[in-house]
Design a protein around this ligand. Structure first.
Ligand SMILES: [Zn+2]
Length: 237
């Protein structure tokens, strides 16, 4: 499967009448990983097998942002689909994916905003021939709330709500200080809950390496390709 977020980005670029200018975009960027020359992450893309699949619903310019981490999910999880979200229309390919009987979709969203009967906190063992499909809303929190409310085609699926203790255990292990998890971290936690431990670990380390390359490029710092994240990624290359 070609890279779903890259395709979405290309479609959006082709459609826009005005060129999208990312901040600080004057330096040439690697067309694959979008990072500046000298900070390319491509050689560090982990190769793992995952039972789970991901479906990214991306708000507006999300696929265009250099800091978007949904991109990293598509790098690591082979079965990743990505769709631009719009209130008034829905891509028939998204509906077909959600209908496909090989998948068990889970909409990942905080349970406190959802009728209790729909909320689950674990990924059930899949019957033969079924695999989990995690639907992630790749957006800011207020955008994600709007997407959740205004996507009636998601209403019949269970909502996987990450428990505070699951999130804080995960955060502790990753020793991240940020208050909320980014989309790639949410995906990694979903992979963990589904038993895709290698893919979960690889995605976490890949995100850390991405952050180092991204910030390195931004502040013109030297890259340490022997940092813990890079060392951990060597197991997956
Ligand atoms: Zn690259």
């Amino acid at each position: 499967m070609s890279h779903a977020v890259a395709r979405l980005r290309a479609t959006r670029l082709a459609r826009s009448t005005r060129p999208f200018v990312a901040r600080g975009s004057r330096a040439p960027r690697c067309p694959q990983c979008r990072l500046q020359a000298g900070y390319c992450l491509c050689a560090w893309r982990p190769k793992v097998v995952a039972e789970s699949a991901m479906c990214l619903l991306m708000y507006d310019a999300e696929p265009m942002k250099p800091s978007n981490t949904g991109w990293l999910i598509a790098d690591v999880v082979a079965d990743t689909a990505a769709f631009g979200w719009a209130r008034t229309e829905v891509d028939p390919a998204l509906l077909a994916l959600l209908e496909d009987p090989q998948w068990q979709p889970y909409v990942v969203f905080p349970g406190e905003y959802v009728a209790a009967g729909r909320v689950v906190n674990q990924v059930a063992p899949m019957p033969a021939g079924k695999r989990p499909l995690f639907v992630l809303l790749d957006a800011t929190w207020s955008e994600a709330r709007k997407m959740f409310r205004k996507s009636p085609y998601l209403e019949r699926f269970p909502v996987l709500s990450l428990l505070p203790e699951q999130v804080s255990r995960y955060r502790l292990r990753r020793s991240t200080r940020d208050d909320h998890l980014c989309t790639a971290e949410v995906a990694a936690l979903c992979l963990e809950l589904a038993g895709d431990r290698d893919a979960a670990a690889a995605l976490g380390h890949y995100l850390d390496a991405f952050t180092e390359h991204y910030l390195g490029a931004k502040h013109a710092l030297p890259l340490d390709e022997d940092s813990p994240s890079h060392r951990a990624l060597r197991d997956f290359l």
